[in-house]
Design a protein around this ligand. Sequence first.
Ligand code: ZN
Length: 317
Amino acid sequence: MKTSVHGLHHVTAIAGDAQENLDFYVGIMGMRLVKKSVNQDAPDTYHLFFADAVGNPGTDLTFFPWPAMPPAKLGIGFTVEVPFAVTRGSLAYWQERFAQTKVAFEKIETRFEEKVLPFKDPHGLQLALVETDDARQFVPWEASPVPSAHQLRGMHAVRLWERALQPTEMLLTQIMGFSHIGTEAGWHRYGVDGGASGKIVEVKELPQERRGQWGTGGVHHVAWRVKDSAEEMTLRNAIVQAGLWPSEQIDRFWFKSVYFKEPGGVLFELATDGPGFERDEKLAQLGEQLILPPWLEPQRQSIEAALPPLEMPRTQM
Ligand code: ZN
């Protein structure tokens, strides 16, 4: 049976200070904090989820703020950039907004015939905005400081560095349902389910490069969409057959997850589309309270005491 993922579900990265992280993604980028939770494996650390108004799969960039960690080192086996989709004509708005809010950005580039504005977040995470007409599962957030026409539509792609292209390409094309779309400037672009915005991965082969290292400003893992638990387990089985070592299925409460390292060393996750972020909070109140999965609820008092205080940002218009 042909197995496939269906595009990006979320990307999780490591940030420095939690308040700086929140101020940037909500106050400047205009994303909505759709969930304020804790790292389920290290509950003295926040897990902050930034997305569109409703937390659609594919819009969600999440962070573990670990200010004591050293900065990430870019290298092979690493996600080196997370480009976001914006509508055509939006880059001019963003150049002006970045200039006003003192966010450093680079020159506009053309990649695969798309206009791209690369920039970094305050802790060094490499991001970009890509103009696209592709339809996206996206709901604008009314309270955003960014007008809905220019809000981030979700992640457009992820860019990986690898020592060798071929083993990663085999996994992408034979197990995960991707096909090769094109190659430009050393970047190999693969797409799944037609390869529109949000269904793209780009891989560059750098045989001489050192290995990347997790740290602040680095991507921790990339999660790919699967429809449901049954599809996830079918894919998990195919990953085992391919000689890789996936985790058991883990209940993340808002979705079910399986983790595995792709052959080049990038940590991938499969994540189900449901149940979603409205499982434990009303849509209007998403992100307002510290949400714990039910099994951590008995420890709420000590968990809350260990976390640094966090205030909603003063949004920058
Ligand atoms: Zn994840």
